[in-house]
Design a protein around this ligand. Structure first.
Ligand code: NAI
Length: 252
């Protein structure tokens, strides 16, 4: 029970990695706020946690909206009494080059993948600081570290997540707040399957290519969740500003 009595927020909590991490946080004893644009799916995850004897609430929100972030933080403080852990994980991808990307799509990708993390930190850091500290984990990507093809706005946004994480760690380390990024390779989720659709590629072929790495397979959401639990817990008490790569040995 590495997160016993900790209060946690998971954004994108209804999706592949977010759901797995919400379940893992709850299994470690945390009270979990499952936050997602898809309120119904978030409620299903919260219900799954409660059915297993855990503690969870669901909150429908668009993390790119400051009003929604303020509502989420206020509701978690009201309901749980504070915030110890945040997993900023909601994300979207557009598989387009610079030439193909519209300004609206660029702004939306940055709104969800980057601005949301800034907004969450803006509103949650003072609460954590007043309580002596906390742990924030942001979802980057292997492509935020080395880039990738036909995903310009996504690669730029995830690079921003990795460096924003370092800057947050520097600013808020003295307040006892650790901030790290987890950087997955290809993980078997709805997002990955949607990429095949966006690229107009055969899904089986796309997924086979995603498995081309030293461990010879895609990652499972629970394998990212395990890393996030470690970063969220006191087991990683001297780790901050790091970019933890969980990618089966490298992106093909
Ligand atoms: P997913 O599509 O299964 O889950 C993403 C969740 O975020 C969905 O439930 C969606 O409703 C939610 N969401 C989207 N926009 C939102 C918004 N504005 N406000 C609140 N919630 C919103 O995708 P997956 O794979 O679980 O992705 C989670 C994170 O992992 C993302 O940040 C993604 O970029 C990152 N990632 C995923 C990889 C993969 O191969 N699946 C690889 C590297 C990074």
């Amino acid at each position: 029970m590495r997160l016993q009595n900790k209060n946690a927020i998971v954004t994108g909590g209804a999706g592949g990695i977010g759901r797995a991490t919400s379940l893992a946080f709850a299994a470690e004893g945390a009270n979990v706020a499952v936050v997602d644009l898809n309120a119904e799916a978030a409620e299903a995850v919260a219900e799954e946690i409660r059915a297993a004897g855990g503690s969870a609430v669901a909150i429908g929100a668009d993390v790119s909206s400051e009003a929604d972030i303020e509502r989420v933080v206020a509701s978690v403080v009201d309901g749980f009494g504070g915030v110890d852990v945040v997993f900023n994980n909601a994300g979207i991808i557009r598989r387009t080059t610079a030439v193909e990307t519209t300004v609206e799509e660029w702004d939306r990708v940055f709104g969800v993948n980057v601005r949301a993390i800034f907004l969450m930190c803006k509103h949650v850091v003072p609460i954590m600081a007043a309580n002596g500290g906390g742990s924030i984990v942001n979802t980057g990507s292997g492509w935020g570290l080395k880039g990738g093809g036909q995903a310009l706005s996504y690669c730029a946004s995830k690079g921003a997540v990795v460096n924003m994480t370092r800057a947050l760690a520097i600013d808020h380390g003295p307040q006892g707040i650790r901030v790290n990024s987890v950087n997955p390779g290809d993980v078997d989720t709805g997002m990955l399957r949607d990429e095949a659709r966006q690229l107009g590629q055969d899904q089986a072929g796309f997924l086979a290519e995603a498995a081309e790495r030293p461990l010879n397979r895609m990652g499972q959401p629970s394998e990212i969740a395990a890393a996030v639990v470690w970063l969220a817990s006191d087991e990683s008490s001297y780790v901050t500003g790091s970019a933890l790569v969980v990618d089966g040995g490298g992106i093909a």
